[in-house]
Design a protein around this ligand. Structure first.
Ligand SMILES: C[C@H](O)[C@H](O)[C@H]1CNC2=NC(N)=NC(=O)C2=N1
Length: 271
């Protein structure tokens, strides 16, 4: 995928679950009919290691399936044949990864429990190991304030909590400074957060929704998503249970602002 001229505030696309590291691993996943294998394109490392151990990873079976015959029934393979088998498997694996890398952008995001091998970066993420995307964005002046960073690190509370009440418009206006690009709208008598983006195309709009959905599911707090005229994304955020705005909505908006959307959002035309 050709990387467009990058907007300094947009890092290469990756699903941003939580600045403090994903509580669960978000992976590309698809059952590939030709080899009857379910491949999770999170990272080559666990799959290759489980390939050798034949172990399952996150409930996935290292291919080729079906289950290898229990060791005791298998005839010991001569070393040359064994090496050739591993070679063939690795070739199959590498081919599938090339195929995946090409198709990965159109694959649906699914949620996986953290791999038993520890959380690993999905292979399509920019390798910023040891760096903190937040620091990168802040260094580039992309965060409106440390408060907005702090907001993006928080977690939503359950919307059916008794302590949740709609905030006043003045309180909302104060918090608005911490969510760049969002505005307050009132629909019916309900105060909401609203933001619009132009995406490159319809599919990228859906990809954007997938990234937002991952956060919403993680937080148990959901936005209203609109994709109109094929490339206009509009998102409204409000707390339905109290018919107004709560801190949950600003946390969700800050997390959406922290998504890395390179390749999804249409570059602003320089006038
Ligand atoms: C029980 C659970 O907290 C509710 O169903 C959640 C789900 N997501 C939600 N999202 C939003 N925006 N408002 C809600 O009131 C809400 N309620």
């Amino acid at each position: 995928m050709h990387a467009a001229q990058s907007d300094p505030c947009v890092l290469p696309s990756r699903p941003d679950l939580n600045q403090t590291g994903p509580k669960s691993q978000v992976c590309f996943h698809r059952s590939v009919q030709w080899s009857d294998v379910s491949i999770s394109a999170c990272s080559a490392v666990p799959l290759v290691s489980s390939l050798f151990s034949g172990a399952t990873q996150n409930g996935l079976r290292a291919f080729p399936s079906p289950d290898p015959a229990p060791a005791k029934q298998r005839e010991p393979q001569p070393p040359m044949l064994r090496a050739a088998t591993v070679q063939a498997r690795l070739l199959l694996l590498s081919r599938s990864y090339v195929g995946q890398a090409k198709a990965a952008s159109s694959w649906p995001l699914v949620r996986r429990k953290p791999s038993r091998l520890g959380s690993v970066r999905p292979f399509y993420q920019m390798d910023t190991r040891g760096q903190d995307e937040n620091k990168i964005l802040t260094a580039r002046g992309c965060h409106s304030s440390p408060e907005s960073q702090e907001l993006a690190m928080k977690s939503c509370v359950p919307c059916n909590s008794k302590d949740l009440h709609p905030m006043s418009e003045d309180s909302a206006k104060k918090l608005l400074e911490q969510v760049n690009g969002w505005e307050l709208i009132t629909e019916g008598d309900v105060l909401k957060l609203h933001r619009a983006w132009k995406v490159k195309n319809f599919v990228k709009g859906l990809e954007f929704f997938q990234l937002v959905a991952a956060i919403a599911e993680e937080e148990g707090h959901h936005p209203d998503l609109h994709l109109v005229g094929w490339n206009n994304v509009k998102i409204d955020v409000w707390t339905h249970s109290v018919r107004g705005l709560t801190s949950n909505d600003f946390i969700l908006a800050a997390k959406i602002n922290d998504l890395t959307l390179e390749g999804i959002i249409r570059k602003k035309k320089t006038t």
